[in-house]
Design a protein around this ligand. Structure first.
Ligand code: SAM
Length: 192
């Protein structure tokens, strides 16, 4: 009974966060869209909160009880992933190309650690215990370039939570271990 109430409570909370994310998506860009002036990149579209939360919990469970693991959210938007990750015990860092989003994230969710930067230029993937992304490129060639950089730079043992992934060379490589196929371009895998 108590468990059922907890589940209902969590579901109400994740629905609420989804509504807030949808509000910002519509206010900022009018819906699912590319950035104006940056057609290669998706603008802010939040992931479904319950799905993101479950992926983060799964990734945490793959780290063998590590304390305060570092999570890098690539294309962090307003910081919702960092906020969820922090609640689970991660140290979140978010990389975001839009100065406007970075400013909003700093006011809305300052603990999410969102800072301005380009995921194609970021030089510290090798420090992350978990690397998370949802997109961020509309342009598939750039998306692939970004994914390959992450896979090259990640340290052994790092867990990569990939959503809207386009490249699959990693699957044929002994350098990576599949942890979970989430379907529809979502994968969780580890660098060996
Ligand atoms: C689909 S949203 C995902 C937001 C967040 N990760 C989430 O799951 O809720 C993609 C985000 O990537 C950002 N982005 C796009 N291109 C980028 C780039 N080259 N470097 C950093 N961020 C980028 C966009 O501004 C947008 O906030």
């Amino acid at each position: 009974m108590a468990e059922l109430e907890m589940t209902r409570g969590l579901s109400a909370l994740t629905d609420l966060v989804d509504d807030v994310q949808r509000y910002f998506m519509l206010e900022l860009e009018g819906g699912i869209a590319a950035h104006r002036g940056r057609p290669e990149s998706w603008a802010f579209v939040g992931m479904e909160t319950a799905v993101a939360l479950e992926q983060l919990e799964f990734a945490l469970g793959c780290l063998g009880g590590m304390r305060s693991p570092l999570l890098v959210d690539c294309g962090a938007g307003l910081g919702f992933i960092g906020m969820l990750a922090r609640g689970l015990g991660f140290r979140p860092v978010g990389i975001e190309i839009s100065p406007r989003y970075v400013e909003l994230a700093g006011k809305l969710l300052p603990w999410a650690g969102v800072a301005e930067g380009d995921v194609l230029e970021y030089g510290s993937y090798g420090e992350a215990d978990v690397i998370f992304y949802y997109g961020p490129f509309k342009d598939e060639a750039l998306q692939e370039r970004f994914e390959l950089k992450v896979e090259r730079d990640a340290k052994p043992g790092a867990v990569i939570v990939a959503n809207r992934k386009v490249s699959d060379a990693w699957r044929a490589s002994p350098g990576f271990e599949l942890l979970r196929d989430g379907g529809a371009g979502s994968w969780i895998f580890r660098k060996c």
